[in-house]
Design a protein around this ligand. Structure first.
Ligand SMILES: Nc1ncnc2c1ncn2[C@@H]1O[C@H](COP(=O)(O)OP(=O)(O)O)[C@@H](O)[C@H]1O
Ligand SMILES: [Mg+2]
Length: 362
């Protein structure tokens, strides 16, 4: 399987520049997610890879092969869209068989390939049903089977689960991961849903509203070590604080405008500059909340509980700390430990370790 390379791609619609000098390498045979807010240019990029659009500038490679000017049907790329775009007048089998029929492949070979694909997506018993007799999830499976029956080297998926309800989406996510595993095809999965991206992807790229890549990495790298406040805030929930490095060494001291001096450590020595202005991200689940001051933490802040949101498996506390900042805290509702009850207006202490903080570029 070849990788996909986008090199210095610029694309505009009329006078609106969507992406400018865009570079991205999508690894071969992996499940790659492109995550970004609506309007950031994700669909545009997929359409460029598929060949529905041409870049104004730059090149697209599939492996060593330059495909920038290749017609759609000569690229070994297939697309699954959010709206299934199935043929309503054809049954399940004929929808999946369509591309092969057009290529005039012998009938018995078509039968074999289509049934194999219907089996992969769990629809072999539904081969004769019309599309209108299928649920949304089944229709999306037909769309998947139709895209992969042609044995593309790359499968582009543009928010393919967005029209499905939550439970079905969760199930389909697992099925897609399995499918990619079985096929070894390069999957490029576009979504604005951070949870979906974190779940499906081997690697992911985060795009900002200007159509630029902010960070590429594994879901864990992106979540644990975001490089910018955009990434930290777009993927998950976080507390962003501004400060100045006051003391460096193994442990830095970050002097913040609102929270006083905090201790932090970071493996990245580029921050070891006294006086540097930095942002820091502190994930809500890294904070321990308690009505009593606990020992053994490098940072402790005192505050007042201003809001409590119960999420079932966790509870979010919003705590107003000195000088007015609001800090969010997640606490797991595990029953193994009897918890103290924390109420609105309670005075609480927030504790965290110095290595739970990530420093960000502005
Ligand atoms: N065919 C088109 N003509 C003009 N503008 C377009 C066209 N397609 C997309 N756009 C614009 O390009 C921007 C990026 O769109 P899109 O690639 O669909 O973003 P995303 O998929 O990330 O939501 C949007 O501002 C959108 O309005
Ligand atoms: Mg889109």
């Amino acid at each position: 399987m070849p990788n996909i390379k986008l090199e210095n791609i610029t694309k505009s619609y009329k006078d609106e520049v969507i992406v400018h000098n865009f570079n991205l390498t999508i690894p071969s045979g992996k499940f790659f997610a492109l995550l970004g807010p609506s309007g950031s240019g994700k669909t545009t990029l997929l359409r460029l890879i598929a060949g529905f659009e041409k870049p104004d500038k730059g090149d697209i490679y599939l492996g060593d092969k330059r495909i920038t000017d290749e017609p759609i049907n000569e690229r070994r790329v297939n697309t699954v869209f959010q709206h299934y775009a199935l043929f309503p007048h054809l049954n399940v089998f004929d929808n999946v068989a369509y591309g092969l029929t057009v290529k005039k492949i012998p009938k018995d070979a078509i039968e074999k390939k289509v049934m194999k694909m219907l089996k992969v997506v769990g629809l072999e018993k539904h081969r004769n049903k019309s599309i209108s007799q299928l649920s949304g999830g089944q229709q999306q499976r037909v769309a998947l089977a139709r895209a992969i029956v042609n044995e593309p080297q790359v499968l582009l998926l543009d928010e393919p689960l967005a029209a499905l309800d939550l439970k079905l989406r969760e199930r389909m996510v697992i099925e897609l991961i399995d499918l990619q595993d079985q096929l070894g095809t390069t999957f490029v999965y576009v979504t604005h849903d951070q949870f979906e991206a974190l779940t499906v992807a081997d690697y992911m790229a985060i795009m900002n509203t200007d159509g630029e890549i902010e960070q590429v990495g594994t879901p864990k790298e992106i979540y644990e070590f975001p490089v910018s406040s955009f990434v930290a805030e777009f993927v998950g929930t976080t507390n962003i604080m501004k400060g100045t490095i006051e003391k460096s060494g193994d442990t830095y001291v970050l002097k913040t405008e609102k929270l006083g001096s905090l201790e932090i450590v970071t493996p990245d020595k580029k921050w070891a500059v006294k006086g540097a202005h930095v942002l820091m991200s502190l994930r809500p689940e890294k904070i321990e909340i308690s009505k009593k001051k606990l020992d053994g933490f490098s940072n402790v802040l005192k505050g007042t509980v201003e809001a409590i949101v119960y999420y079932g498996r966790s509870t979010q506390y919003s705590v107003r700390v000195k000088n007015g900042s609001l800090v969010h805290v997640f606490e797991q509702n595990d029953e193994h430990f009897p918890k103290e009850t924390i109420d609105y207006d309670d005075t609480v202490y927030l504790h965290w370790q110095k290595n739970n903080v990530v420093l960000l570029k502005k």
